[in-house]
Design a binder for this molecule. Structure first.
Ligand SMILES: [Zn+2]
Length: 390
């Protein structure tokens, strides 16, 4: 077995280490006790590869257009690598059955034929179609395609993907939710709650049936809510539920993000929820998500009709890691945990998210700049350098 190695500072402890890997797994994490302090300071940080459980597209590549092509899947995968993500869930939003099936089939077929895509895609996230049709909660999901859970339809989508759907976001107020959540939880699918206006009773029933996470909690909601109780407070206070947050400075005001991560303690993950228009120049575009979308100079994406309704994000995972520190006041260790070991736990992937011998040699090397920005220097997937490096 040929071994490769990287010397860097662990993002969690700051300790200088040499990470040795071969055959796609970490062989050894060796502490370098005799490294002079000045030399150690100049080294990049190293962490397990970053994991993003919600990716709609990026830089023109899109999982929500017709038809989704192999280039879309490979293009997004390369964009993820560029920003430090080694593992992600392509996310298909609410659409007609035909549209969603085609996307699921295409993603599955690229995973069958491209090793790097298969190594980077941990499954598909269906965000919809069983979501609220109400303005506000539905966000940018097309109302005409939101519908009640349909187990037979779910099976067909899962089949089209080659069994790759790993996560689904549903709105618990939809008829038939409880049985649907129980069945999917039994199948090992991570059922999430989002784009919902559910009552406390409906949220409670979904959590009891096996729902595990609140999707981008605090977004996909009414602009104005009863102060309490409401569906945001209820999910914040439910310790059974993980939450995902988009720490881009647009989706949650910094004080809100900070309060929410503190309420959730260590049961939150960060997602980009990035879309195809992410990384594109400012202007008005036609998009699969939200129809007409304005890309603002600040990077904020909103529906053209209503600037208060966000239409996904243009954030990269590097932005989110920086955002966790900048907006939520987290330490580097905590913000990295929210994109490594915690999403690995949500996905039930013990081989990911930890810098330990025997786990996948998925590694992200990066630096934190003077202004708090984060720059990815190298991304390694299963021992193979896929971005940057020397
Ligand atoms: Zn959403």
């Amino acid at each position: 077995m040929s071994l490769d190695k990287r010397k860097a500072r662990r993002a969690d402890t700051g300790e200088t280490v040499e990470v040795v890997f071969g055959d796609g797994v970490i062989a050894e994490v060796r502490a370098c006790y005799d490294e002079p302090a000045a030399a150690a300071e100049a080294l990049p940080f190293i962490s397990p590869g970053w994991i993003d459980i919600q990716v709609n597209g990026y830089s023109g590549f899109d999982f929500n257009k017709e038809p989704v092509t192999a280039e879309d899947v490979l293009g997004v995968t390369a964009q993820m690598h560029k920003y430090g993500v080694t593992t992600y869930l392509p996310t298909i939003i609410t659409g007609s059955f035909e549209l969603m099936e085609q996307a699921a089939r295409q993603i599955g077929s690229v995973c069958d034929t491209h090793e790097l895509a298969a190594n980077s895609i941990a499954g598909i996230h269906l965000e919809g179609p069983y979501l609220s049709g109400e303005d506000g909660p539905r966000g940018a999901h097309p109302r005409e395609h939101t519908r009640d859970p349909d187990y037979a339809e779910w099976r067909q989508l899962q089949l089209a993907s080659g069994g790759r759907v790993r996560m689904i976001t549903i709105a618990p107020e939809r008829a038939g939710t409880r049985e649907f959540v129980s069945r999917l939880a039994e199948e090992g699918i991570a059922v999430c709650i989002g784009h919902t206006a559910a009552s406390s009773e409906q949220l409670e029933a979904a959590a009891r049936a096996g729902a595990v996470l609140s999707t981008h909690l605090g977004n996909g909601s009414h602009p104005v809510l009863a102060r309490h109780p409401n569906y945001i407070w209820h999910q914040l206070g439910d310790d059974r539920l993980w939450a995902s947050f988009i720490p881009d400075g647009h989706h949650l005001a910094p004080a809100v993000l900070k309060s929410m991560v503190r309420a959730k303690r260590d049961r939150f993950v960060f997602v980009t929820d990035c879309v195809a228009l992410g990384g594109m120049p400012p202007g008005r575009y036609r998009s699969g998500i939200g129809g007409e979308v304005d890309v603002h100079p600040s990077g904020r994406l909103s529906t053209a009709g209503n600037p208060n309704i966000l239409a996904g994000s243009s954030a990269t995972m590097a932005d989110c890691v920086a955002g966790g520190m900048r907006y939520a006041g987290l330490s580097l260790r905590e913000t990295i945990e929210a994109v490594t070991q915690r999403p690995a736990l949500v996905l039930g992937r013990e081989d990911l998210g930890r810098l330990e011998p025997g786990t996948a040699a998925d590694l992200t090397l990066f630096r934190v700049d003077g202004d708090g920005g984060v720059t990815v220097l190298e991304t390694i997937v299963k021992g193979k350098s896929v971005y940057g490096g020397h």
